[in-house]
Ligand binder design. Structure first.
Ligand code: ARG
Ligand code: GLU
Length: 726
């Protein structure tokens, strides 16, 4: 009887949990799919088993997935061909480019393997195995001890366990914390170091739409580039050598030539960076109401100034475009995040969850230790609010949006190297900087920086909590009636590092002369005093709250998992290998509007603005379109370009494969829709969509546009039977 009862309860819980699962939400650990997700994935149409996705016994999908810088990439041929986004390969393509061979502007296609170009510093990291080490890492901790004691024990355990993890000579291992320090997993990795550029479309395809279209659906960007992994004679990682051979992978992804339809299962397999899905209301409120507005306002101003100068002058445009893109990317994401939270009533949702949590905790004596958790969290969030605001104000005003801070940092490194390591070290470092100094200032203009500095200074001064503005600035600004421009000008005029010429003369000085010169360098003194203040009056004073919050968030996470046993929990993204899955579907971003799930090459032509830096189209592509020379890559007479689905992705998932029900590549993840970027703190199936380039657009560009059919010959193209349209 008891036995049956227990089973009934389990069945009941199982049914509730199925109802509570929102297909789409979740960033899952591949080794746990069998128990957590396989059934749901199959009910959404997946025809594979969990073992096909992640296996330690046989080649599985995971063996085709590699971390690629901060992005993801995947192997698409038995000869180690590696696919990722254009924006992920960007820096490497830029490094290989010159004025005569501008691969960013014109694209590049190696005609054979000998022409493939080695990318110094680029690596591809595969995961051999994942191990749950929670029990051994948590050995010796208990729920009575202080969090600081707990942390110390865990740290010690990790140090002991790490060297004992079984691995081959060519493998590495690291241990990461999951669920805010409640679980621990080890990752055993293999990292290949000889990666070569095989092909990239021109920016007018790979970055089509640029910043205007970034985060936006409908989208028409062919955001891909192709590399190849090379290995030693034993197929293991080797430093670059002309004798290295194309890598033979344990698995490579076949390519689906029949595409997707609404409702089709998709999964995205990759290395998502960071999410915060389990914050309570106050945690989310602080992001949305305090931090995002500060960051957005300061970047708004920066971007307006940059845009003005970039439009006025072509050279400026080239110099500042990478800087602009980086500043604009996060700026636009934060705006979308705030709008999405508002649209989906995210704060109310979090509030309801907090209320339900409190209700359950109060009604169950077993949960008495969790009684004060939310009020304690709220207390520390409130106490740290001004500190966090100030941190954002300082970072965005004086560090992230201007380049001058990099040059201050160079000077700082020189002075410190002398203090810490002596004059010999100082001289070596100084001479090294002197050699490349033109390179450092290549994409920089003093007047533009000064203008940004002065404008941001005003926003900073008017917005930053008064008691957290450093005294030197207050005194000096007040003395000149808050004339931000005059003040900034006096800093820049007196400085030794505001342009390449001044820096060159400065780098000729000996250490004592340098120190002497810095005594009158107002910009140097400004940054020195600012940094001292940030350390003593902001970081040190807020650290007690930051630590308390991090400890409380661990307990809160543990509490959530105990208090809501019917919910399925997935760990926040932490740059480790994960699976997310969902279905191809459009969405309605607002009343009366509805987006389809797919775009076509026709949309590129609609957006085409001849000569425009964002929306120009290469002549060859126009010709192919006009002749409808589509080869075998068309669908109903049109070239499919991009599609969206409800996969729960985030930054770091760029370059991740979109995989169909059978394990074939159907697309390449590269973005999310603006309306749904709040999925990092509050996923909502109604509007959260990831954006993928259709695999057939990639092949069409490689074959028809670039004439690199030999690459297609390496790949395995498959034609899974098309499901009947509903
Ligand atoms: N939004 C995408 C991501 O977060 C693409 C960024 C690169 N493209 C750009 N136009 N800035 O990384
Ligand atoms: N573009 C992002 C990346 O570089 C992916 C978009 C997102 O944040 O989801 O990882």
């Amino acid at each position: 009887m008891k036995f049956i009862f227990k089973h009934l309860i389990f069945a009941f819980i199982y049914i509730i949990s199925l109802n509570l699962i929102h297909a789409g939400e979740g960033i899952w650990l591949p080794l746990l799919l069998k128990g957590m997700n396989e059934q749901e994935m199959q009910s959404l149409g997946m025809k594979m088993s969990a073992e096909d996705i992640y296996s330690v016994n046989k080649g599985s999908l995971k063996d085709a997935i590699a971390q690629f810088g901060g992005c993801t990439s995947e192997v698409i041929s038995t000869q180690g061909l590696l696919l990722t986004n254009h924006h992920c390969g960007y820096g490497y393509i830029q490094n290989l480019s010159s004025v005569e061979n501008n691969y960013l502007k014109d694209g590049f296609w190696a005609k054979n393997k000998a022409e493939e170009k080695y990318c110094a510093g680029l690596t591809a990291m595969f995961i051999s195995r994942i191990e749950d080490l929670t029990t051994s890492v948590l050995q010796g901790v208990n729920s009575q001890m202080k969090e600081s004691e707990r942390r110390a024990i865990i740290e010690k355990n990790i140090q002991t366990i790490l060297p004992t993890i079984k691995k081959q000579k060519h493998e590495d291992a690291f241990i990461r914390s999951f669920f805010n320090g409640n679980q621990y997993f080890a990752f055993i990795t293999i990292t290949y170091k000889d990666i070569r550029l095989v092909g990239t479309p021109p920016e007018s395809i790979g970055k089509f739409g640029s910043d205007t279209d970034n985060w936006v659906w409908p989208r028409h960007t062919g955001d891909f580039s192709i590399f190849r992994i090379y290995a030693g004679a034993d197929n293991l990682p080797a430093d670059y050598s002309p004798t290295n051979k194309p890598f033979t992978p344990k698995h490579s992804l076949p390519i689906n030539m029949t595409g997707v339809n609404d409702g089709d299962f998709t999964m995205v397999f990759g290395f998502p960076g960071r999410t915060n899905e389990y914050l309570n209301r106050e945690g989310v409120r602080q992001i949305v109401e305090v931090q995002n507005p500060i960051r957005i306002a300061l970047r708004d101003k920066t971007l307006k100034i940059l845009d003005k100068h970039m439009r006025a002058d072509v050279k400026t445009k080239i110099q500042y475009s990478a800087q602009y893109a980086t500043i604009a990317n996060a700026w636009k994401k934060w705006i979308g995040e705030n709008q999405g939270i508002k649209f989906t009533k995210g704060l109310d949702k979090k509030q309801n969850q907090d209320v339900e949590f409190t209700k359950r905790v109060n009604s169950n004596p077993n949960f008495s230790m969790y009684k004060n958790i939310l009020s304690q969290l709220d207390h520390h969030y409130k106490e740290s609010e001004n500190f966090n605001a100030a941190k954002d104000y300082y970072a965005e005003t004086f560090q992230r949006n201007i380049q001058i801070y990099n040059f201050y940092s160079i000077v700082k490194k020189l002075i410190t190297s002398n203090e810490k390591k002596g004059v010999k070290e100082f001289e070596t470092l100084r001479n090294n900087y002197a050699i490349d100094i033109d390179g450092y200032y290549q994409d920089y203009q003093e007047k533009i920086e000064e203008e940004i500095f002065a404008n941001l200074l005003q926003i900073f001064y008017e917005g930053c909590p008064k008691e957290l503005i450093f005294p030197k600035l207050k005194t000096e600004l007040s003395a000149i009636n808050l004339d931000y421009f005059k003040y900034t000008n006096s800093l820049f005029q007196s400085s030794n590092f505001v342009n390449a010429d001044k820096m060159k003369s400065f780098l000729k000085l000996e250490i004592n002369e340098m120190k002497k010169a810095l005594e009158d360098d107002q910009l140097w003194l400004f940054y020195e005093k600012m940094n001292e203040f940030i350390i003593s009056d902001i970081l040190e004073k807020s650290s007690q709250h930051d630590e308390a919050i991090s400890d409380l968030r661990r307990v809160h996470m543990e509490a959530l998992m105990n208090v809501f046993p019917e919910r399925k929990f997935y760990p926040d993204a932490n740059s480790t290998l994960r699976v997310t899955y969902g279905q191809v579907e459009g969405f309605s971003p607002k009343d009366g509007a509805c987006y389809n799930s797919k775009t076509y090459l026709d949309g590129v032509i609609e957006k085409y603005i001849p000569g425009d830096y964002e929306f120009d189209v290469p002549k060859k592509l126009l010709e192919l379109y006009n002749k409808k020379d589509y080869g075998r890559y068309a669908e109903n007479g049109k070239i499919p370009l991009a599609f969206i689905a409800s996969n729960h992705t985030t930054g770091g998932n760029s370059g991740s494969p979109a995989i169909d029900a059978y394990g074939n590549l159907i697309g390449l993840n590269f973005d999310r829709v603006w309306e749904g970027t709040m999925s990092d703190i509050n996923y909502d199936r109604s509007i959260c969509r990831n954006i993928m380039v259709d695999a057939r657009y990639i092949l069409f560009i490689v074959d028809k546009f670039a004439g690199a059919g030999h690459l297609i010959d390496e790949m395995k193209l498959v034609y899974p039977k098309k499901k009947k349209k509903k």
